[in-house]
Write a protein that binds this ligand. Structure first.
Ligand code: AMP
Length: 302
């Protein structure tokens, strides 16, 4: 049996446990808890590469809007710890908000800039500033060498990469493909909110992405049309956006475009807002991809 990870709740406990992780690289997987196989895949991918793995479990109030689901977000620490134990995690950092924000609301925040105002940012003002602020803090506090993020949250991943480049965080950011149920539904902690019929409705998101990617050789409008047709068939999914955008600028790709693009969707199903996406190669030989090929540290398939 693998040993349970050390659990650190305070900055001092983290510093002491971190100092014991000597020799070799330390990888960090940041989560909000309610761990599932998507998180486990990140941990496993990190394990393959790094000597030590730290998982952070922190429900960051800064990235939730006043009308969002912070208070009802699932909290499942015991089963999270069991998954971390099973996956051979060395250290779990699970602080409370007062540990991360000892002076209360931080006056200084990291700004996501214009890329934080579109797509998810349009529906969730301030979300990405709050996310980057805590990611920056956790990068410093954990002192990791490698940081693993899921393609599932494509805009988050892009912004974390940009932060590392634009303000010179000495951090390697690694993308991990989206883990799905057999029927295509992307795993998410928020899937716990879905009723059986919501879950059926939610399948239209991944089906739309698949249908779009299947038309990748024909170009952007064929991709968008095929994806839209699937969503129109499912009126119970209240679509916020369905876009085909450039992977780094998030601009809508023009009809002549060939190359990699992000096909992304967000919709409300029942009371739950869901997001999903797929990288797509547009043009000859095109189709769905697991992660973008230009990811400097794209994780291998597995
Ligand atoms: P969260 O706990 O939802 O903030 O997610 C923590 C990390 O797990 C983020 O890097 C997510 O992108 C990643 N993640 C969440 N769901 C999945 C999934 N289905 N497949 C791969 N990674 C995921």
């Amino acid at each position: 049996m693998t040993a349970a990870p050390v659990v650190a709740r305070t900055r001092d406990e983290l510093a002491t446990a971190r100092a014991a992780l000597t020799g070799g690289d330390t990888a960090v997987v940041m989560t909000m808890g309610a761990l599932h196989e998507g998180h486990a895949r990140l941990i496993r991918t990190a394990r393959e590469r790094a000597e030590h793995v730290i998982v952070t479990i922190f429900l960051n109030p800064l990235q939730f809007g006043p009308k969002e689901d912070l208070s009802r977000y699932p909290r499942t620490f015991d089963s999270d710890l069991a998954i971390c134990t099973r996956e051979g995690v060395d250290l779990v950092f699970a602080p409370t908000p007062d540990v991360i924000y000892p002076d209360g609301d931080p006056g200084v925040r990291i700004s996501a800039g214009p890329l934080g105002d579109v797509l998810e940012g349009q529906s969730r003002p301030g979300h990405f500033d709050g996310m980057l602020t805590v990611v920056g803090k956790l990068m410093h506090l954990t002192g990791g060498d490698l940081f693993y993020y899921g393609q599932k949250d494509a805009q988050q991943l892009l912004l974390i990469r940009r932060m590392a480049r634009d303000i010179d965080f000495p951090a390697s950011v690694v993308a991990v493909p989206t883990v799905r149920e057999e029927d295509g539904l992307a795993l998410s902690s928020r899937n716990m909110y879905l009723s059986d019929s919501d879950r059926q409705t939610a399948l239209s998101l991944s089906r739309a992405l698949q249908a779009g990617a299947a038309r990748a050789e024909e170009g952007p409008s064929a991709i968008r049309r095929a994806a839209r047709e699937v969503l129109i068939e499912e009126p119970l999914a209240l679509v916020d956006y369905l876009v085909l955008v450039h992977p780094t600028t998030l601009d809508h790709v023009p009809e002549w475009y060939k190359g990699e693009a992000l096909l992304a969707v967000a919709a409300k199903v029942g009371t739950t807002r869901l997001i999903d996406n797929t990288p797509v190669l547009v043009g000859p030989g095109g189709g769905a991809r697991e992660v973008f090929s230009d990811s400097p540290e794209a994780a291998p398939r597995g």
